[in-house]
Design a protein around this ligand. Sequence first.
Ligand code: TRP
Length: 451
Amino acid sequence: MSAAAPRSIWSSRPAFILVTVGSAVGLGNIWRFSYMAGAQGGSAFVLVYLSCVALVGLPLLMAEILIGRRGRGNPISAMLKVAEENGASSWWGLLGWFGAVGALLILSYYSVVAGWIVDYLAQSVSGAAIVTARDAAQGFDALLENPSKLIFWHTVFLALTVGVVARGVISGIERASMLMLPALFGILLFLVLWGAVMGDMRAAWHFMFDFKPQQLTGQVVLSAMGHAFFSLSLGMGAIMTYGSYLNKQSSIAHNSLWIAFADTLVGLLAGLAIFSLTFAHGLEASSGPGLIFQTLPLVFTHMPGGRIIGTLFFLLVLFAAWTSAISLLEPFVAWATERLGMRRALAACGAGFAVWLLGVAVCLSFNVWRDWRIFDLNLFNQLDFLTNRIIMPLSGLAIALFAGFVMARENVRDEIRLPAAQFRLWLWTLRYVTILAIVLVFVYRLMNPES
Ligand code: TRP
């Protein structure tokens, strides 16, 4: 590596936790979690998801942070450095590439969905009324049919993301998260209280937490596990990059516990808020990906104060998506600045432009190019499939193998400074439970694309 300026270090432990929670909490927690739980019968999905966070998510989260901090670099150089330190092949550097490029691929469609959120936010602010379920469905379909609108909002959202990353690790990423995350939690708590007062919280609670064993199918288990992965931002080098800015004294285990806890809490609270309002209006929770775009706007229109609540809700989702998008751009930008010596602002704009181009193609895949399909998937779904079902599990698996079997134990111990018994428990879980679970999900979901 070049003798560049010293690397940034997060200003404090809470800063690291907030920034990483910002990466983890995203569209996944609100958009995906609610519709998946809604479509898969609620509680069965939620309970399996909670176990997956503990058994698969948490151990892997720790592994990813540990490699980042050990390697003190972007995912590519961090992997190379740690591989070298442990006498392993430099092929492991490819894993960093996988993550950094995969993160840009995710960002290209993530930004398009986040663009829908900005559109709905603008509609809520302007008080656009959605009177019937038909209007709601047509409004969403009309958005997808409108390439210029999709591209416009995608551009706006991506510009926001590039703007933050360009400003730097501390004055950009950390500062943005320190502002947005507390606001996000504040809005979320308010919405849950609102749901308790104005909605049917009891029904929402039963829906999410009453265990109904007959709903516990293999399909639910596997999709809950896949979601635990996505929700914690694992396997894409994002967490590794954030870990590389973590100071040596901070406890990886404790930080990870907080991160996993906060990420899960946001999903659960958002679910309670969304379902209590949905049920109070006699609507179904099982409508699929359109849940927050079709069902909820209808609820907001028919609710006293709905305009304000709708605005707050979409602002919440925007903050969540924005802080995640930042962490999807950062691994590659860190690489370009550290390895190529590029100026950060230039690197952010360059990577942003590439993502923007692909995102434009994603916008067109809903309308003009909808007939261009592979395995009957449009580009949007192809990218989702490639990143979520192939890159994420494979690189998660590689990270677990690397930290679990390849790294010398004393190096791992030097980072994960837990008491011996807890350390062994973590390592054992990572080696045998996490790895097995990832392999299972990977194979099953590849063979059953519709799961
Ligand atoms: N965790 C994010 C969410 O819940 C999305 C995401 C998936 C992500 N993989 C990532 C974010 C990697 C950053 C890095 O919406």
